[in-house]
Design a protein. Structure first.
Lengths: 383, 109, 795
């Protein structure tokens, strides 16, 4: 290689980081290799733990952990190289159509296009099953079931969740959490972006103190975003698996129940091939009186239907709900991983006017996750 | 970054409160018994402005020099999304049993 | 140096890790690769005990062909029978090298092809009778309670047979204890005399053949790498220079190095896929063959399809894209170099996951389409889960590749290079990546659904719970049909480059070529239903996709005519890459024409699932993509390696491969029309009214197999040519063929970075002094963009 244009390549970059960005992007990194191996181990071990819905080999959980650790090592290498990024290397697009836009911003938008397709696929699955499989409530009211035999039907989680304010509470709180987190990250961007002079005027600090003051403030906003994301996933786990007690005065509002059962303890699970719920019990009247214009009511009046509890196979409906909201949750988790790095970098004074756009470009992803929730929330929680 | 104001206030701030209020209405609408059709129209009617507000203001698809071209980029998958929803979401799984009479045996005697 | 030793340790760990992840898999073949398992005996002590005497009675000294003998298995000695209750006396395991074992009564059961005692021992505490009593309330016969058992053995037609018998004798306390002892015996019985003493050839297990060949290929690949390293610097052939060299390859983000890695992976898996194809052809050469069992055949064609499309064709295409896109558009590297390395490294790891099933003999047997509901059923092989997991990693890889190439091509073109000045290969990669990028999330979501179905037990495709198998078909083909264009479009680009360079004129109808490719890219998304015509899909959708599929012929036809017109009145230079391009024109057109039968709903009903389909897609896939890639290898190899390839070897490769290739797939059209079904492990000559398969099929199938072997081996000419070129080819000039795109302006091989980032090349147009008014569309588009002057756009 005789005529290297080596004025940018004469330094000796380390594949482990840290990296000197004044020489351009890193041209060696162990991160891709290590992360790929980690993902392979993770997927392999996970498939050994669970087979066909049963726990087949709990020992393989150590493999899952190993995979996660290896992925983390890869991420740390990647971040170690990125930590010193301060906006000195920021190539811009040269031609139509993205002339003068940062390459990173274009790449992020291109990435969001594929994310749109991911969620479209999940929504298409949902629409297809929601429209194609008879709805549980309709089946119940049609009277075409008999106690003790499971019928296949689609039970939207919303039927359970929207039935009570308390069930809805975690989901509703989550919606607000995401919107607030969208706002805090924009504030982080705004704070980082302000010129030193303007910042000094705005917050009445000495020009020499701007850097440390700004670092704390940016880290605070990024940290609040991280906290809200954590809150989101925590509430989601409560809603799915844990449930929560209702304090005394509220118990009465909750039909006399002293706690809100989680979806799991309500029996709304991906394995529920014999789902029973008081909403599908002819003897249960609390707010679920059988409508008098339904076929079930006339059949019971005529004595041709014995009534009882309908048993439903709702596995498809539950799978659609858990996997769609779970995929969204995984995106939140991915955002949290990014945010934890950014908060750390912000604390160390990594974000100033020259590279505040890093926050903006991560923010694009974060707002997109919020946007998806705007659609997931009404379709999976409310209707 | 936004270079404009909404009603003289910071656009992010206004957008934030707008979203909070819309969401509150959304949750409230479900709590009140209004019937499926009305609830559904309210939900969709609120989801759309929320969607646009986040995309336009928080994601800077309005008001920046690169906003127009990036809006075009964001809209690019629209065709493919529509194709997918129509072809996958809205075709019936029970199509085999719903074949029209003219393509069943014995129609053309 | 500290850095160096770290790198060394990492390299060693990676090599060790790969070896460890592969080694145990090879051992877990149903019977192990060699040796006999002593099932049920090892728990009673580590070494055999001479105090226990096993015996087999009832064996003849020389057996007659296909006769059933009743054997009495028994043992004496050991602690057996010393306990007060006559339970749990012992057990046995009998394996035979040939012939079939059958149980005579309930005391014996057959596991795999071995016989063992029947014990109802749920909790594995060694107390079968107690479990039986708990389970049913009555004493169910437990084979544990005997010291002798009866087994029927049906002898094979010829050869000799070796019996291996393991017995154990236990003290009856229901627990493994130090008293318990076991022993092993082996006896060989001669078969019927066949006149002359001919050594009987035993056909090996095809899996053993495959696994061995994969290992051999891997070792060859490693040897070639070491040899190259040796040739590059004979003096530095030691660990001190090897460690940084291999570290550089493992960590590089340079587009040329990553491209080379893609090539290595692509060619390696092309070979592996080819080996599987050969084994399949051996099976299909004669009617009623039993070289591969049904079960093995399913795995072989599944792995063949998966390997060829995802692990051979895509990496080869990505190899060329990595190498050439920055060179062709005048960029110093791709937009996101580390992401690029990431999308490469996901592939080999994903490939290992996909192949774990092959090493355990339980590879995916679902077909490369993995149709539901079989793919989520328990009957599908356990390797299917790993197949899905590996594919998820490939999906991630393709998504990252898409982000990278779309960003690069959109925004890193050299000054002067507008969209309509881009070389056609760059255009083809752009459209292909756009299609792949938009479509692959659908399949990714489908795969995740299947992965979750198979692991944690969601019910997306469980028919009993209302799951819809057609949903999988939809999600798969929404991706799958664009995917087949993704692998053919880069070949279009290559052919355009090669033909215009060889004909020494610019390509005819550049704009129409671009619009045709973009048109294919859009239409690809609304035609996918033609893969599901017979699946019970919505009738309206069938009609829509039938018409849109026929529409695809229009842009493709435009391209064919443009290529012909490019050569017309050009002055064609017949280099090897030109020959491959001409070969492509013939075979791809034939493949396209045979494809035009399928969109017709009525024709499709007759032709689907026959060899006509196999012929069609191999004509477009091999005759299109692979021939295009061969042309690309001969065309760009001098640029990549800096050395000229041998044209004589190239000509020999073209002639043998082109002729034998047509010998394989042309007769398949006929087989298909005659009614030979695809995806079936064997076929029979019959005169049955409905499945009438005439006797001439036997000749055709044998002809195809012979051609297939010639084709397989002819490609080693190419491999040999490449090695020979790297080692001793003559030095290549910067522009050996007279091409005029940017990649021919740099030296061969190009420097790193490929172009000076601070001083990029500028593309000049002969007509650029002519002032052109932008069109209305152009003006509108200009108004959308950031202002030309950078300072205005600062936000």
């Amino acid at each position: 290689m005789s005529d290297d244009h080596d004025h940018d390549y004469d330094h000796h970059p380390s594949p482990w980081g840290p990296h000197d960005w004044s020489h351009g992007a890193p041209h060696n990194s162990f991160a891709p290799l290590v992360m790929s191996i980690g993902i392979g181990i993770f997927l392999y071990a996970l498939a050994s733990v669970f087979v066909g819905g049963e726990v087949a080999n709990l020992g393989a959980l150590s493999g899952v952990m190993l995979g996660i650790i290896v992925i983390t090592i890869g991420l740390l290498i990647w971040w170690r190289q990125d930590m010193s990024f301060d906006g000195t290397y920021e190539p811009k697009a040269t031609g139509a159509p993205f002339r003068n836009i940062d390459l990173r911003k274009i790449a992020m938008w291109v990435f969001l296009m594929s994310e749109m397709m991911v969620f479209t696929s999940l929504f298409s699955t949902y629409i297809r099953y929601r429209l194609g499989i008879p709805n549980c409530e309709e089946v119940f009211l049609s009277g075409e079931w008999i106690e003790g035999t499971s019928v296949v039907c689609f039970e939207p989680a919303a039927h359970l969740i929207a039935s009570s304010w308390f069930h809805l509470a975690p989901g509703a709180a989550n919606t607000f959490a995401l919107i607030i987190s969208s706002f805090t990250i924009v504030l982080a961007l705004k704070t980082a972006k302000m010129s030193n002079k303007k910042y000094a005027d705005r917050y009445e600090v000495e020009l020499s103190d701007v850097h440390s003051h700004r670092s704390r403030k940016v880290a605070m906003f990024l940290g609040s975003t991280l906290f809200l994301a954590t809150l989101f996933l925590t509430l989601k786990m409560i809603e799915w698996f844990v449930g929560f007690p209702t304090p005394g005065p509220l118990t009465e509002l909750n039909h006399g129940h002293s706690e809100i059962a989680s979806l799991y303890s309500e029996g709304y699970t991906i394995h529920a091939s014999a789902y029973q719920h008081h909403a599908y019990d002819t003897a249960y009247h609390g707010g679920h009186e059988i409508p008098h214009d339904s076929a079930l009511y006339s059949m019971m009046q005529a004595g041709t239907h014995p009534g009882g509890i309908m048993m439903a196979d709702i596995r498809v409906g539950a799978s659609t709900f858990f996997v769609t909201t779970g995929t969204h949750g995984m995106h939140v988790l991915g955002g949290m991983i990014g945010l934890s790095y950014m908060t750390f970098k912000g604390l160390r004074g990594g974000y100033g006017p020259s590279n505040a756009v890093s926050i903006e470009y991560f923010g694009l992803y974060w707002h997109f996750v919020d946007l998806v929730w705007v659609l997931v929330f009404p379709f999976f929680y409310l209707f | 970054m936004a270079h404009y104001t909404i009603l003289g206030k910071d656009p992010y701030w206004m957008n934030f409160w707008g979203l909070m209020i819309l969401t509150a209405i959304e949750v409230g609408a479900v709590g009140v018994e209004l019937g499926d059709t009305i609830t559904m129209s309210i939900l969709i009617g609120i989801a759309i402005p929320k969607f646009i507000m986040i995309a336009a203001i928080f994601m800077h698809l309005y008001g920046d020099a690169d906003s127009k071209i990036l809006t075009m980029t964001a809209l690019f998958p629209a065709f493919f999304i529509i194709v997918m929803v129509f072809f996958i979401g809205l075709t019936s799984p029970g199509a085999a049993t719903e074949l029209p009479a003219w393509c069943r045996p014995g129609y053309w005697t | 140096m500290k850095q160096n030793s770290l790198a060394r340790i990492l390299v060693l760990l990676i090599v060790l890790g790969l070896a460890l992840s592969v080694a145990p898999q090879a051992d877990s073949l149903p019977n192990g690769i060699i040796g006999q398992s002593e099932k049920g005996c090892t728990c009673h002590g580590a070494v055999p005990d001479a105090g226990v005497t096993p015996s087999i009675e009832g064996l003849p000294t020389t057996f007659n062909a296909s006769t059933t003998y009743t054997l009495t298995i028994s043992f004496s000695g050991g602690p057996s029978g010393q306990a007060a209750e006559p339970h749990n006396l012992g057990g046995f395991n009998l394996a035979t090298s040939s012939g079939i074992l059958e149980a005579v009564d309930d005391t014996v059961k057959i596991e795999g092809d071995q016989a063992t005692h029947n014990g109802i021992d749920d909790d594995l505490d060694g107390n079968g009778l107690q479990d039986a009593i708990e389970a049913g309330g009555e004493a169910i016969i437990s084979g544990n309670d005997y010291t002798s058992w009866l087994v029927n053995w049906t002898s094979p037609s010829s050869g000799s047979s070796t019996f291996t018998l393991a017995v154990n004798s236990v003290n009856g306390d229901g627990k493994a204890s130090a008293d318990d002892a076991w022993n092993l015996m082996s006896v060989t019985v001669a078969g019927p005399s066949t006149g002359a003493a001919v050594e009987e050839l035993q056909s090996a297990d095809p899996f053993v053949v495959l696994v061995t060949l994969i290992f051999v290929s891997g070792i060859l690949l490693a040897a070639v790498i070491l040899y190259t390293f040796y040739r590059v610097s004979p003096d530095g052939f030691n660990w001190e220079s090897f460690a940084p060299w291999i570290t550089e390859w493992l960590t590089s983000t340079d587009h040329k190095k990553v491209g080379t890695l893609y090539f290595l992976a692509g060619f390696f898996f092309l070979g592996v896929g080819g080996i599987m194809a050969m084994l399949i052809r051996i099976q299909l050469a004669v009617p009623g063959n039993d070289f591969l069992t049904q079960d093995q055949y399913n795995q072989f064609f599944t792995m063949h399809g998966t390997t060829m499309i995802f692990l051979a064709a895509m990496p080869l295409i990505n190899g060329f894209a990595n190498w050439l896109i920055p060179l062709q558009i005048g960029a110093h590297d791709l937009a996101l170099p580390r992401i690029n390395a990431m999308s490469f490294w996901l592939q080999p790891v994903g490939a290992i996951l996909i192949f774990t099933g092959v090493f355990s003999g339980q590879a995916a047997d679902t077909g490369w389409t993995g149709y539901a509901p079989y793919i989520v059923s328990e009957t599908a092989h356990s390797g299917t889960t790993m197949w899905v997991a590996g594919q998820i990693m490939l999906v991630a890889s393709s998504t990252l590749t898409g982000i990278n190439f779309l960003t690069t091509i959109c925004s890193m073109r050299a000054p002067g290079m507008g969209w309509m000045q881009m070389p056609l290969f760059t255009w083809s990669i752009f459209v292909a990546n756009l299609m792949l990028f938009i479509s692959i999330p659908a399949w990714g979501v489908g795969l995740i659904q299947v992965y979750l179905d198979r692991t944690i037990g969601t019910a997306f495709y469980h028919v009993a719970s209302g799951g819809d198998p057609l949903l999988w078909s939809h999600l798969f083909w929404y991706f799958g049909h664009p995917e087949v264009y993704v692998v053919i479009l880069p070949a279009f680009g290559v052919i355009s480059e090669v033909l215009s360079t060889s004909a020494r004129r610019s390509v005819f109808g550049y704009r129409s070529m671009v619009y045709a490719m973009a048109g294919i890219g859009i239409v690809a998304f609304i035609v996918y239903g033609h893969h599901m015509f017979t699946s019970g899909m919505s009738p309206t959708l069938r009609f829509v996709t039938m018409l849109s599929t026929m529409l695809v012929a229009v842009p493709t036809g435009i391209k064919i005519f443009n290529w012909l017109k490019t050569m017309h009145k050009g002055s064609l230079v017949y280099r090897t890459h030109t020959l491959w391009a001409l070969g492509f024109l013939v075979t791809f057109t034939l493949g396209g024409i045979s494809g035009m039968f399928f969109p017709s709903l009525a024709m499709d009903t007759h032709l689907h699932e026959t060899y006509f389909v196999v012929a069609h897609f191999h004509y477009v896939f091999v005759g299109g993509t692979v021939f295009g890639m061969f042309a690309a290898v001969y065309y760009w190899f001098p640029k990549m390696s800096g050395r000229m390839m041998d044209e004589k070897w190239g000509l020999l490769h073209f002639l043998t491969a082109f002729v034998s290739y047509n010998g394989i797939f042309w007769p398949m059209h006929k087989l298909g029309v005659l009614g030979m079904a695809r995806r079936h492990h064997t076929w029979f000559i019959t005169t049955d009214d409905y499945t009438n398969i005439p006797a001439e099929m036997a000749s055709w199938n044998m002809f195809i197999t012979v051609s297939a072997f010639i084709f397989f081996f002819s490609n080693f000419i190419l491999v040999g040519n490449m090695v020979k070129t790297i080692v001793s080819g003559e030095k290549a000039p910067a522009d050996p063929w007279g091409g005029w795109s940017f990649e021919w302006m740099t030296s061969s091989p190009p420097p790193t970075p490929s172009f000076d980032p601070h001083n990029p090349p500028v593309l000049h147009d002969a007509n650029e002094h002519v002032a052109t008014e932008p069109t209305i569309f152009g003006q509108w588009f200009e108004s959308l963009m950031m202002p030309e002057d950078e300072t205005e756009g600062i936000h």
